[in-house]
Design a protein around this ligand. Sequence first.
Ligand SMILES: Cc1ncc(COP(=O)(O)O)c(C=O)c1O
Ligand SMILES: [Zn+2]
Length: 387
Amino acid sequence: MLKPPEQPYTGLQCTQCHRFFPQEGPLGRCPKCQGLLDTVLDETVLSNYSKRQLENDARSMWNFHMFLPVRAGTIPVTAGEGNTPLRPVRSYPHLHNVWVKDETRNPTGTFKDRGASLAVTSLSQLRVGKLALASEGNAGCSFALYSQMAGMSCHVYVPSDANIAKVELSKKLGAQVTKVKGTISEAGRRAAKVAERTGAYNASTFVTPFRHDGKGTIALEICRQLGWESPDYIVYPVGGGVGLVGMWKMFKILQRLGWIRTRPQIVAVQPRGCAPIVDAYNNGRTEVEEWKSPKTIANGLKIPKPLAGKWILKSLRESRGLGLKVSDAQIHKTMLEVAKRDGLLVEPSSAAAFAAIPQLYSTGAIDKKDSVIVIATGSGVKSLEQF
Ligand SMILES: Cc1ncc(COP(=O)(O)O)c(C=O)c1O
Ligand SMILES: [Zn+2]
């Protein structure tokens, strides 16, 4: 049970028309304009909490329940997600200030567990009993786990080239899985149609506003692990942008609360064969154009037109971030190096972020003294066929 003083969560606000919706029914996109919704916290209530309270109490991401869109008295649907290690990376011997936030330690091996634990908790409070979502595979596993813990049904739509272990694990955990020909965009359209027809709640990326704050807890944990300091850079492999938007939101809140002095610059990494965000950002655009014929081994980053494109670009601009591209060959080579030197078994989507590190330094974009945290978003256990 989440303890008082009070939960600061007040409701949802549209990122497009800015209408506010007090917490009531299980909303998805804005009922007025179809814009994406963000959750709103009353920061006066939040400031009643102290960072000191959080230091000796680190069991899961739910230690940070006051930052999450749930009511007082909520019982989280949790499998111990979050509270993952932050440790130095050895793969770059001449660089001494590179760290990894090891999200492979989560229950189903990826940071998606954070978003799913939060979404299922929020949605079960709102009496949702049936979920549908599109996923390249990892979110499917996460939602399969948490939905069955909460007694909800879950139907996952994956592209037909999804990693076999992701499909099998989702099924074993009790989800129904349907393969859809094409990319995640086609899978997304199928999930939306089925949700409309059957009354299932569509829990796809940013169709629901209840996932990104879960991934945002990565930022909260990093700052706590650094003794309430911000790192200089966060290196993040961008697909749908859930983690980027969520983390950036939390860094801003922490700074406004006065818990950290500075904020990091976010480095967005995408594969050369599908880089709609990096290209839009580096060309100074505020909207993302659809990437034609995406091709990459990084399945989780094969998102030709992220729904939250504008929001991701705004977050990157605010953080004075950087956008970098890496080739599939670099991703594959790095995946093996990181596995052997650091004992970090990551999948291609996650290896992409590590692959950008040499480029980050060689272009002079950052200094060797700067602290850099790479988010190891997903374990390679579910994609061994790609090693
Ligand atoms: C391992 C891994 N890394 C990164 C991403 C991209 O995440 P986001 O949608 O938060 O940008 C995904 C998404 O599927 C993923 O599975
Ligand atoms: Zn709206």
